[in-house]
Design a protein around this ligand. Sequence first.
Ligand SMILES: Cc1cc2nc3c(=O)[nH]c(=O)nc-3n(C[C@H](O)[C@H](O)[C@H](O)COP(=O)(O)O)c2cc1C
Length: 158
Amino acid sequence: MKRLVVFYSLSGNTKEAAEKIAGGLGADILQIETVKPMPKGFLTQMLVGGGQVMMNHIPELKPIDKDINEYDEIILGSPIWNSKGVPAINAFLQDKAAAQKVTSLFFLSGGGEVEKGLDAITKLLPNLKNTVSLLDKKHKDSKDNESKIAEFVKKVSG
Ligand SMILES: Cc1cc2nc3c(=O)[nH]c(=O)nc-3n(C[C@H](O)[C@H](O)[C@H](O)COP(=O)(O)O)c2cc1C
């Protein structure tokens, strides 16, 4: 089974989780990036990112250096923005063949309320089996991420 962990991360939390998950699974890893960078300040990020989610904006992505056809399974990682997955991940999922390969999903959020995001993204992922909700490192319960990641990796490995 050849696996690819695909993720977007603006401030590093999803990236850290993606690296742990890829390490645990022995999977390759791919970071999705938008051509147009997000602003640096948190408040402008909230405004711009929140606006993009509301408008269902599909940003242009930088070219990816992995051939999705080579992989049997994709494990997808997204931060939660305005209660949903990020526009960059929706852009990646425009590739229906890639969306079909996603079996597992991990979310990073500030507060842990991911139901709306899960509902929205589940519609795009016909083969989704495993999900885990992880917390931003600023959250007091983020120490539980380690054990949640270990359990998630076990489930994904089957
Ligand atoms: C534009 C924007 C919107 C966000 N909206 C939410 C939200 O609705 N709910 C939530 O729990 N966290 C929200 N967050 C917090 C992020 O989900 C959280 O900080 C996450 O760990 C970021 O992942 P990253 O470091 O990989 O970018 C938002 C962050 C940004 C930048």
